[in-house]
Design a protein around this ligand. Structure first.
Ligand code: RIB
Length: 326
């Protein structure tokens, strides 16, 4: 049983979006109109999802807090997004309400296989500036880990990483969505990088060969090695229904086997995975143990519909791991 190494907060710096979700038989082709069903609005955003996921994955008796740093608009969606954080005991006092700006929204289609396509209109997320990170330095300097994604301005992400490096704080970067310009050298310099295979291929400028249905795969071990050479101290590659691959600078390399689950909706499963890595790090677990824990959290997330409602709790993840260790 791991002992809790830090009681410092898990700080998540990133986006909050209201997800506008519609189920469809299939994702439409360009120029095609199709009928969907079940339109719903669900709190999401990669940052907020990771914060809520981390809070749900902490042990009930844990003293570790989760703190969200981000921006919402001064609209109804913004209030609902803040309520979503509070409901899961995520500290929201570092989320700034931005006057005269709409909250971020994500238009999501989920097909009958549970696969999705997402377009994000960043809204207030685009207003999170480096000065907001400076304003949160007092909490960041106490963090056990800082988690970032790429739905906020890249200059802000880079500024936060530089601050964490100066303060010696462990950083996890989920490079999603991959910007058209890729990552700067400084952004690669995190402690842990957690792309999925498609993101990894874009980061490495490879021809995207991965499609879930055809299972056509570039060797994930090679991808992880090529990413590690760009600067992170460790890489955990999320492979969806093929599990995960981890690689670190000490030469540790491991394929984590997938859990067999019935996928309903894959939205936020990558967020659950990254959040679980952060929780496991805060608890002092090894990278392999952390990746197994994360692999189970990501798999369980696929079994529910919507982003935040489908994020699994600690008990469910422990149960799955006890049944099939991965
Ligand atoms: O990772 C899933 C999330 O991506 C959704 O909740 C959506 O808001 C987009 O940010």
């Amino acid at each position: 049983m791991p002992t809790e190494r830090h009681s410092g907060p898990i700080v998540v710096i990133g986006s909050l979006n209201m997800d506008l979700v519609c189920r469809t038989e299939q994702i439409p082709q360009p120029g095609q109109t199709i009928l969907g069903s079940d339109f719903v609005t669900i709190p999401g955003g990669k940052g907020a999802n990771q914060a809520v996921a981390a809070a749900k994955l902490l042990e009930a008796a844990s003293r570790t807090q989760v703190v969200m740093v981000g921006r919402v608009g001064d609209d109804d969606f913004g209030q609902r997004l803040l309520n979503g954080l509070k409901l899961h005991k995520v500290r929201s006092d570092r989320v700034i309400i931005t006057e005269g700006v709409a909250s971020g929204v994500a238009m999501i289609l989920v097909d009958k296989m549970g696969e999705n396509s997402i377009v994000v209109a960043p809204g207030a997320n685009a207003h999170l500036v480096p000065a907001d990170i400076d304003a949160a330095e007092s909490v960041i300097r106490t963090a056990s880990v800082v988690v970032l994604q790429l739905e906020i301005p890249l200059a802000t992400v880079q500024h936060a990483i530089a601050m964490c490096q100066r303060l010696g704080i462990h950083t996890i970067l989920d490079p999603a969505p991959v910007p058209p310009t890729g990552l700067t050298r400084a952004m690669f310099g995190v402690d842990l990088l957690t792309p999925n295979q498609g993101e990894a291929e874009r980061l490495l400028d490879l021809e995207p060969t991965h499609t879930v249905r055809l299972r056509k795969i570039v060797d994930p071990k090679q991808i992880a090695m090529d990413l590690l050479a760009r600067g992170p101290k460790a890489v955990v590659l999320k492979l969806g229904n093929r599990g995960a691959m981890l690689l670190d600078r000490a030469g540790e390399i491991e394929h984590i086997k997938p859990h067999k689950v019935a996928a309903v909706d894959t939205t936020a499963s990558g967020d659950a995975f990254t959040a679980a890595l952060a929780v496991a790090h805060a608890e002092g677990r090894s990278l392999i143990e952390s990746a197994r824990f994360a692999n189970a959290a990501g798999a369980l997330c696929c079994t529910g519909f919507g982003a935040q409602p489908s994020l699994p709790g600690r008990e469910a993840v422990e149960k799955l791991l006890a049944e099939t260790p991965g």
